[in-house]
Design a protein around this ligand. Structure first.
Ligand SMILES: NC(=O)c1ccc[n+]([C@@H]2O[C@H](COP(=O)([O-])OP(=O)(O)OC[C@H]3O[C@@H](n4cnc5c(N)ncnc54)[C@H](OP(=O)(O)O)[C@@H]3O)[C@@H](O)[C@H]2O)c1
Length: 255
């Protein structure tokens, strides 16, 4: 048993079929947790769960397809996770949307609302569905994957950055509400990570240079470099941390 051991814990991770969510699910499984794999595509969820079971042992991973836009889907995710594994100890709200790059004057109302709904409101729905059982057990950890976009002004990521700043405040608010019940709520704020989601920011050499040339580590990150923070927050190592945002960005925000 180490501080980072997650044996006996059940973790539900939204958007865990690729990118940061997948890295978190894999590392949590490696550290002993049972994990629920979830994204919009059932076949891909099944395949990822199968691969984790093959790698870390049968019964480690289950698959529950979920679109975070749907409250019914989220309720189903919680019910299925409880049915399969009996409880949820760690919730990682990782999936998010950003359908628009450009100045705020050009964003449609539907795009703006989708960003706020998926990145803020849906997180609050899902957390509200899971926290009661955590309160009953007097133990639980909620992790919201925010972004350093929520810490800085932006000329192209405006609405998304607003939503990610709101996630940090959501964590602070819920940390105050649930702290007395020993339920922790924190954010992880990654910098630029090499995933499909951020492809526009690293896909060609000019964009990559623009994204990294003024950062201390002069490179973008990989999903696995975010996973350790989630293991920390989901394990005993993070037991006294709540309401905080862990910035993991190769120094991008300090330079
Ligand atoms: N990559 C970066 O540079 C970066 C930086 C800072 C923060 N982040 C944050 O990190 C989180 C994960 O992003 P990522 O870069 O790992 O993205 P990604 O590689 O594109 O993976 C996104 C995951 O979420 C799922 N997903 C997308 N929309 C969904 C929806 N409506 N409902 C349920 N699942 C959905 C995807 O599967 P399906 O498409 O099959 O549903 C996939 O499993 C996001 O919150 C993002 O804002 C990313």
């Amino acid at each position: 048993m180490t501080l980072f051991d997650m044996t006996g814990k059940v973790a539900v991770i939204t958007g865990s079929t690729r990118g940061i969510g997948l890295a978190i699910a894999e590392r949590m499984a490696e550290h002993g947790a049972k994990v629920v794999i979830s994204s919009r595509k059932a076949d891909v969820c099944d395949q990822v769960a199968k691969e984790i079971n093959a790698k870390y042992g049968a019964g480690k991973a289950a698959s529950v397809a979920t679109n975070i836009s749907s409250k019914e889907n989220l309720q189903h995710l919680v019910e299925e996770s409880n049915r399969i594994f009996g409880k949820i100890d760690v919730l990682v709200c990782n999936a998010a949307s950003n359908p628009y790059y450009g100045p705020l004057a050009g964003i449609s109302d539907d795009q703006f609302r989708k960003i706020l709904d998926n990145n803020i409101v849906a997180n609050n729905w899902l957390i509200s569905m899971v926290v009661p059982q955590m309160i009953a057990r007097k133990d639980g950890s909620v992790v919201i994957v925010s972004s350093i976009g929520g810490l800085k002004g932006s000329t192209i990521l405006g609405a998304y950055a607003i939503s990610k700043a709101a996630d940090m405040q959501l964590a602070r608010n819920l940390a105050c509400e649930y702290g007395p019940h020993n339920v922790r709520v924190n954010c992880i704020a990654p910098g630029l990570i090499k995933t499909d989601f951020a492809k526009a920011l690293w896909d060609n050499p000019d964009n990559l240079k623009a994204s990294t040339s003024r950062t201390p580590m002069l490179r973008i990150g990989i999903p696995d470099e975010i996973a350790g923070a989630a293991v920390f927050l989901g394990s005993a190592a993070g037991n006294f941390m709540t309401g905080q945002t862990m910035v993991i960005d190769g120094g991008a925000t300090i330079s």
